[in-house]
Ligand binder design. Structure first.
Ligand code: RB5
Length: 144
């Protein structure tokens, strides 16, 4: 199913953001690109916030965010109610972030993983359903 995916990065994640953007478009999704637009130094909290607001506000159904490690931008995104941003390094963590945590934003560390692993994370994240069941009350305890 085609979705609108919010996409954001800082300067350290910019090149990988462009790779992810091409992958999302090739999968038939629409991309809401919230920047950054080049390699000039910027602050990752601004871009984590923009992606979080887009997802929490319904402008995008899900999001992908990228910084050097994925840590800072995921912390920023997770400060917003309704956002469950998961920092993933491989297909297994991407799958489990959906099955167990119903994550709605995928965070990637551009300095830690390569393009092919990142693209695999994106494909798995977007194609894996929340498992429900015992995970429902746990996700509910994370808050709205
Ligand atoms: C930028 O140098 C770097 O600190 C940032 O991309 C990220 O890794 C922070 O968590």
């Amino acid at each position: 199913m085609s979705e609108t995916i919010a996409l954001a990065s800082d300067h350290a994640g910019f090149a990988l953001k462009e790779v992810v953007k091409a992958e999302l478009l090739s999968l038939g999704h629409r991309v809401l690109d919230l920047g950054t637009d080049g390699p000039a130094s910027v602050d990752y909290p601004d871009f984590g916030k923009a992606a979080a607001e887009a997802v929490a506000g319904g402008k995008a159904s899900r999001g992908v965010i990228v910084c050097g490690t994925g840590i800072g931008i995921s912390i920023a995104a997770n400060r917003h109610p309704g956002v469950r941003a998961a920092l993933c390094h491989d297909a297994t963590s991407a799958r489990l972030s959906r099955e167990h945590n119903d994550a709605n934003i995928l965070a990637l560390g551009a300095r830690l993983i390569g393009d092919e692993v990142a693209k695999e994370c994106v494909r798995v994240f977007l194609s894996t359903a929340f498992a429900g069941g015992r995970h429902v009350p746990r996700v509910a305890k994370l808050g709205g």
